[in-house]
Design a protein around this ligand. Structure first.
Ligand SMILES: [Zn+2]
Length: 279
Protein backbone atom coordinates (compact mmCIF):
# COMPACT_ATOMS: atom_id res chain seq x y z
CA UNK A 1 0.00 0.00 0.00
CA UNK A 2 1.48 3.32 -1.07
CA UNK A 3 1.22 6.04 1.54
CA UNK A 4 -0.09 9.54 1.10
CA UNK A 5 3.47 10.77 1.66
CA UNK A 6 4.61 8.69 -1.32
CA UNK A 7 2.13 10.55 -3.54
CA UNK A 8 3.03 13.96 -2.09
CA UNK A 9 6.68 13.31 -2.94
CA UNK A 10 5.81 12.02 -6.38
CA UNK A 11 3.51 14.98 -7.07
CA UNK A 12 6.19 17.45 -5.97
CA UNK A 13 8.77 15.83 -8.25
CA UNK A 14 6.47 15.47 -11.24
CA UNK A 15 4.54 18.74 -10.76
CA UNK A 16 0.95 17.65 -10.31
CA UNK A 17 -1.40 17.84 -7.31
CA UNK A 18 -3.69 15.59 -5.31
CA UNK A 19 -7.23 16.87 -4.88
CA UNK A 20 -8.86 16.92 -1.48
CA UNK A 21 -12.60 16.65 -1.99
CA UNK A 22 -14.80 17.14 1.06
CA UNK A 23 -17.93 15.16 1.76
CA UNK A 24 -20.65 14.88 4.36
CA UNK A 25 -23.13 12.64 2.54
CA UNK A 26 -22.92 9.21 0.96
CA UNK A 27 -23.71 10.58 -2.52
CA UNK A 28 -20.73 12.92 -2.33
CA UNK A 29 -18.48 10.12 -1.10
CA UNK A 30 -19.64 7.72 -3.85
CA UNK A 31 -19.10 10.44 -6.45
CA UNK A 32 -15.53 11.23 -5.37
CA UNK A 33 -14.54 7.57 -5.12
CA UNK A 34 -16.02 6.69 -8.51
CA UNK A 35 -14.10 9.53 -10.22
CA UNK A 36 -10.86 8.41 -8.52
CA UNK A 37 -11.45 4.82 -9.55
CA UNK A 38 -12.37 5.74 -13.13
CA UNK A 39 -9.32 7.97 -13.62
CA UNK A 40 -6.91 5.98 -11.46
CA UNK A 41 -6.16 9.12 -9.51
CA UNK A 42 -5.16 9.23 -5.86
CA UNK A 43 -7.61 11.37 -3.90
CA UNK A 44 -7.99 12.69 -0.39
CA UNK A 45 -11.43 12.55 1.16
CA UNK A 46 -11.74 15.66 3.29
CA UNK A 47 -13.93 15.90 6.36
CA UNK A 48 -14.22 19.11 8.33
CA UNK A 49 -15.32 18.85 11.95
CA UNK A 50 -18.89 19.74 11.03
CA UNK A 51 -18.92 17.28 8.14
CA UNK A 52 -17.53 14.35 10.11
CA UNK A 53 -19.65 15.04 13.17
CA UNK A 54 -22.65 14.68 10.86
CA UNK A 55 -21.40 11.73 8.79
CA UNK A 56 -19.71 9.81 11.61
CA UNK A 57 -15.96 9.41 11.96
CA UNK A 58 -16.11 5.64 12.24
CA UNK A 59 -18.38 5.43 9.22
CA UNK A 60 -15.88 7.55 7.26
CA UNK A 61 -12.90 5.34 8.10
CA UNK A 62 -14.78 2.09 7.54
CA UNK A 63 -16.04 3.25 4.15
CA UNK A 64 -12.57 4.43 3.11
CA UNK A 65 -11.29 0.93 3.91
CA UNK A 66 -14.13 -0.65 1.98
CA UNK A 67 -13.63 1.54 -1.10
CA UNK A 68 -9.89 0.87 -1.01
CA UNK A 69 -10.71 -2.67 -2.12
CA UNK A 70 -11.86 -1.19 -5.44
CA UNK A 71 -9.15 1.44 -5.76
CA UNK A 72 -6.37 1.61 -3.16
CA UNK A 73 -5.24 5.23 -3.25
CA UNK A 74 -8.02 6.81 -1.25
CA UNK A 75 -6.90 8.77 1.79
CA UNK A 76 -8.71 10.55 4.63
CA UNK A 77 -7.90 13.97 6.07
CA UNK A 78 -9.49 15.80 8.98
CA UNK A 79 -9.88 19.30 7.54
CA UNK A 80 -9.41 22.36 9.81
CA UNK A 81 -9.26 20.28 12.99
CA UNK A 82 -9.48 22.43 16.11
CA UNK A 83 -10.93 19.98 18.62
CA UNK A 84 -7.96 18.05 20.04
CA UNK A 85 -10.12 15.08 21.12
CA UNK A 86 -11.53 14.75 17.60
CA UNK A 87 -8.03 15.01 16.09
CA UNK A 88 -6.80 12.23 18.41
CA UNK A 89 -9.80 10.10 17.54
CA UNK A 90 -9.13 10.55 13.82
CA UNK A 91 -5.49 9.51 14.30
CA UNK A 92 -6.50 6.50 16.42
CA UNK A 93 -9.03 5.39 13.82
CA UNK A 94 -6.42 5.49 11.06
CA UNK A 95 -6.87 8.81 9.26
CA UNK A 96 -4.01 9.31 6.81
CA UNK A 97 -3.63 12.99 7.65
CA UNK A 98 -4.94 15.53 10.12
CA UNK A 99 -4.94 19.27 9.58
CA UNK A 100 -4.48 21.15 12.82
CA UNK A 101 -5.79 24.66 12.34
CA UNK A 102 -4.15 26.67 15.08
CA UNK A 103 -4.44 29.88 13.12
CA UNK A 104 -6.45 31.68 15.80
CA UNK A 105 -3.71 31.02 18.38
CA UNK A 106 -0.54 33.05 18.80
CA UNK A 107 2.53 31.53 17.16
CA UNK A 108 4.01 30.05 20.37
CA UNK A 109 0.75 28.40 21.39
CA UNK A 110 0.18 27.13 17.85
CA UNK A 111 3.72 25.70 17.81
CA UNK A 112 3.22 23.95 21.13
CA UNK A 113 -0.04 22.22 20.21
CA UNK A 114 1.05 21.44 16.64
CA UNK A 115 4.15 19.72 18.04
CA UNK A 116 2.10 17.60 20.42
CA UNK A 117 -0.18 16.51 17.59
CA UNK A 118 2.75 15.78 15.28
CA UNK A 119 4.35 13.49 17.89
CA UNK A 120 1.11 11.59 18.44
CA UNK A 121 0.27 11.38 14.72
CA UNK A 122 3.69 10.33 13.45
CA UNK A 123 3.80 7.40 15.88
CA UNK A 124 0.71 6.10 14.10
CA UNK A 125 1.85 6.89 10.57
CA UNK A 126 -0.49 9.86 10.17
CA UNK A 127 0.66 13.06 8.47
CA UNK A 128 0.02 16.53 9.89
CA UNK A 129 -0.88 19.69 8.02
CA UNK A 130 -0.20 22.95 9.83
CA UNK A 131 -1.69 26.42 9.47
CA UNK A 132 -0.38 29.73 10.75
CA UNK A 133 -2.45 32.46 9.18
CA UNK A 134 -6.17 31.86 8.91
CA UNK A 135 -7.51 31.57 5.35
CA UNK A 136 -10.39 33.95 4.74
CA UNK A 137 -13.97 32.85 4.08
CA UNK A 138 -16.04 29.71 4.57
CA UNK A 139 -17.13 27.03 2.08
CA UNK A 140 -20.14 29.08 0.97
CA UNK A 141 -21.32 31.40 -1.81
CA UNK A 142 -20.09 34.88 -0.84
CA UNK A 143 -21.53 38.19 -2.03
CA UNK A 144 -18.51 40.34 -1.28
CA UNK A 145 -14.78 39.76 -1.41
CA UNK A 146 -12.95 40.23 1.90
CA UNK A 147 -11.45 43.71 2.30
CA UNK A 148 -7.85 42.56 2.51
CA UNK A 149 -5.89 39.87 0.69
CA UNK A 150 -3.76 37.71 2.98
CA UNK A 151 -0.21 36.62 2.25
CA UNK A 152 1.86 34.18 4.24
CA UNK A 153 4.48 35.83 6.44
CA UNK A 154 7.51 33.93 5.16
CA UNK A 155 9.72 34.52 8.22
CA UNK A 156 6.98 33.25 10.54
CA UNK A 157 6.35 30.27 8.29
CA UNK A 158 10.08 29.44 8.26
CA UNK A 159 10.19 29.53 12.05
CA UNK A 160 7.03 27.42 12.30
CA UNK A 161 8.35 24.76 9.94
CA UNK A 162 11.77 24.74 11.63
CA UNK A 163 10.29 24.27 15.08
CA UNK A 164 7.70 21.64 14.19
CA UNK A 165 7.92 18.44 12.23
CA UNK A 166 4.79 19.11 10.18
CA UNK A 167 4.49 17.39 6.82
CA UNK A 168 2.55 20.09 5.02
CA UNK A 169 1.49 23.69 5.38
CA UNK A 170 -1.75 25.43 4.37
CA UNK A 171 -0.57 28.65 2.74
CA UNK A 172 -1.99 32.09 1.95
CA UNK A 173 -1.29 33.38 -1.54
CA UNK A 174 -4.55 35.24 -2.15
CA UNK A 175 -6.64 32.04 -1.98
CA UNK A 176 -10.04 32.18 -0.33
CA UNK A 177 -12.53 29.64 0.95
CA UNK A 178 -15.81 29.71 -0.93
CA UNK A 179 -17.07 31.01 -4.23
CA UNK A 180 -17.31 34.70 -5.22
CA UNK A 181 -18.71 36.58 -8.20
CA UNK A 182 -15.37 36.61 -9.97
CA UNK A 183 -12.73 33.88 -10.12
CA UNK A 184 -10.15 34.21 -7.33
CA UNK A 185 -6.64 35.08 -8.53
CA UNK A 186 -3.52 33.72 -6.84
CA UNK A 187 -0.24 35.52 -6.28
CA UNK A 188 2.25 33.15 -7.89
CA UNK A 189 5.17 35.48 -7.10
CA UNK A 190 4.50 35.05 -3.40
CA UNK A 191 4.21 31.28 -3.87
CA UNK A 192 7.63 31.23 -5.53
CA UNK A 193 9.12 33.01 -2.50
CA UNK A 194 7.45 30.52 -0.13
CA UNK A 195 8.73 27.60 -2.18
CA UNK A 196 12.30 28.89 -1.99
CA UNK A 197 12.20 29.07 1.81
CA UNK A 198 9.86 26.27 2.89
CA UNK A 199 10.60 22.61 2.31
CA UNK A 200 7.37 20.97 3.54
CA UNK A 201 4.54 20.07 1.15
CA UNK A 202 2.45 23.10 0.22
CA UNK A 203 -1.35 22.97 0.42
CA UNK A 204 -3.78 25.30 -1.31
CA UNK A 205 -7.12 25.74 0.44
CA UNK A 206 -10.00 27.33 -1.44
CA UNK A 207 -9.70 25.39 -4.67
CA UNK A 208 -13.29 26.30 -5.56
CA UNK A 209 -13.90 29.23 -7.87
CA UNK A 210 -10.22 29.90 -8.46
CA UNK A 211 -8.84 30.83 -11.86
CA UNK A 212 -7.91 27.60 -13.68
CA UNK A 213 -4.79 29.21 -15.10
CA UNK A 214 -3.64 30.22 -11.60
CA UNK A 215 -4.29 26.71 -10.24
CA UNK A 216 -2.08 25.28 -13.01
CA UNK A 217 0.65 27.85 -12.21
CA UNK A 218 0.41 27.06 -8.50
CA UNK A 219 0.95 23.36 -9.24
CA UNK A 220 3.97 24.16 -11.43
CA UNK A 221 5.34 26.14 -8.52
CA UNK A 222 5.13 23.54 -5.80
CA UNK A 223 1.55 23.14 -4.56
CA UNK A 224 0.89 19.39 -4.14
CA UNK A 225 -2.54 19.35 -2.51
CA UNK A 226 -5.61 21.38 -3.44
CA UNK A 227 -8.77 21.45 -1.33
CA UNK A 228 -12.13 21.63 -3.08
CA UNK A 229 -15.39 21.85 -1.18
CA UNK A 230 -17.78 24.69 -2.10
CA UNK A 231 -18.12 23.77 -5.77
CA UNK A 232 -19.02 20.20 -4.77
CA UNK A 233 -21.64 21.53 -2.36
CA UNK A 234 -23.15 23.70 -5.10
CA UNK A 235 -23.24 20.74 -7.53
CA UNK A 236 -24.87 18.59 -4.84
CA UNK A 237 -27.60 21.10 -4.05
CA UNK A 238 -28.31 22.05 -7.66
CA UNK A 239 -28.55 18.47 -8.91
CA UNK A 240 -30.54 17.31 -5.90
CA UNK A 241 -33.02 20.19 -6.22
CA UNK A 242 -33.49 19.33 -9.90
CA UNK A 243 -33.89 15.63 -9.18
CA UNK A 244 -36.44 16.22 -6.41
CA UNK A 245 -38.69 18.12 -8.81
CA UNK A 246 -39.36 14.92 -10.76
CA UNK A 247 -42.42 12.91 -9.78
CA UNK A 248 -40.49 9.98 -8.38
CA UNK A 249 -40.01 8.95 -4.77
CA UNK A 250 -37.46 6.16 -5.06
CA UNK A 251 -34.18 7.41 -3.53
CA UNK A 252 -32.23 5.08 -5.80
CA UNK A 253 -33.77 6.87 -8.80
CA UNK A 254 -33.47 10.37 -7.36
CA UNK A 255 -29.84 10.18 -6.25
CA UNK A 256 -27.88 8.73 -9.22
CA UNK A 257 -28.03 12.04 -11.19
CA UNK A 258 -26.69 13.78 -8.06
CA UNK A 259 -23.77 11.36 -7.84
CA UNK A 260 -23.09 11.82 -11.55
CA UNK A 261 -23.07 15.63 -11.33
CA UNK A 262 -20.59 15.63 -8.45
CA UNK A 263 -18.47 12.90 -10.00
CA UNK A 264 -18.22 14.83 -13.30
CA UNK A 265 -17.02 17.87 -11.38
CA UNK A 266 -14.43 15.84 -9.45
CA UNK A 267 -13.31 14.35 -12.77
CA UNK A 268 -12.84 17.86 -14.19
CA UNK A 269 -10.76 18.91 -11.16
CA UNK A 270 -8.63 15.76 -11.34
CA UNK A 271 -7.96 16.66 -14.98
CA UNK A 272 -6.84 20.18 -14.02
CA UNK A 273 -4.65 18.81 -11.22
CA UNK A 274 -3.15 16.24 -13.64
CA UNK A 275 -3.32 13.38 -11.15
CA UNK A 276 -4.73 10.84 -13.66
CA UNK A 277 -3.12 7.40 -13.92
CA UNK A 278 -0.75 7.72 -10.98
CA UNK A 279 0.45 4.75 -8.99
ZN1 LIG B 1 -9.62 25.24 4.23
Amino acid sequence: MKSLKYFFKKAKKEKWAIGQFNFSTLEQLKAIVSAAERLKSPVILGTSQGEVNFFGIEEATLLRDLYRKKFPYIYLNLDHGKDIDLIKKAIDLGYDCVHFDGSILNLQENLKITNKIVKYAHKKGCLVEGEIKSIHGGSEIHKELPKEVLFEDIEKAKEFVKKTDIDSLAINIGNLHGVYKKPIRLNIKHLKKIKEEISVFLVLHGGSGTSKKDIKEAIKNGVVKINVNTELRIAWKKSLTGSLKKKIIKPYKILPPVIKAISDLVQEKIGIFESINKN
